[in-house]
Ligand binder design. Sequence first.
Ligand code: CLF
Ligand code: SF4
Length: 297
Amino acid sequence: GLAHLPERVREKVRDHPCYSERAHHHFARLHVAVAPGCNLRCNYCNRKYDCANESRPGVASEVLSPAEAVRKTLAVAAEIPQLSVVGIAGPGDALANPRRSLETFERIREAAPDLHLCLSTNGLALPEYVDRIVELGVEHVTVTVNAVDPAIGAQIHPAVVLERRRRRGEEGAALLIERQLHGVAALAERGVLVKVNSVAIPGINHRHLPAVAQAVRRRGAFLHNVMPLIADPAYGTYFGRIGQRGPTEAELLGLRAACGSAMPVMSHCQQCRADAVGLLGEDRGAEFSRERVAAAA
Ligand code: CLF
Ligand code: SF4
């Protein structure tokens, strides 16, 4: 568990429902879906739905403007006293929509200074935004790292878009990995608590994930969330179409144990939607739809 962590870190994770298993019964999170665009291609993604890096593909979130996100945050805070964290987790990539995401954090920081800010990203754009993230007081960042070997990465992420250029295959995957690891290290150095998500894909990156755990731990990540691939063909993802399966429960348990020798592994993740509201495992999103929040304002 997290018991051996320094006091400074324990303090910061105590009321974060994802970072602390104990907290997840007592503290709630809110996702504001302000980030529609993406700069990456993932074979487990269906862009009609939410970013599968952090969420279960299901129903697309309604995209909010930064102003709507602030209104929603205040409405949820008024109704759910356990609210402790506001995160941006898509529905695309938070940092592929930097103006919208950073403005949202800035305005929430002003309007509700007691809430912790949390950012989830694929990491491709991360190195450019480390300073802004620190300045804005974003304490928690999740980076999805599925491989540290470009030959494996390219089987999961066939293309990246960087500086308006599309790069494919191993060239693109190598860039992604370099930027993810650089971003993790830069954030950790500045005191941001970095969690890494990995999607376990049998036959592709499954055996490789302990190496991912070692690599990100060396750069200062302190928590690993090993999530199963959800490859229901009904979601229309590339992996779904080719019949790629997700891990069995036994494989997932074994994998979490193998990764756990590098650093603590989170096993209570609910693979939330990009507009999830409430305690983990409960979704009160429908109570706080854009229409309802606007009507209440
Ligand atoms: Fe959201 Fe993610 Fe922050 Fe949590 S969710 S941005 S770290 S506040 Fe949590 Fe949900 Fe799992 Fe994410 S249970 S999908 S790990
Ligand atoms: Fe889809 Fe998220 Fe991957 Fe972007 S980062 S392609 S939104 S799963």
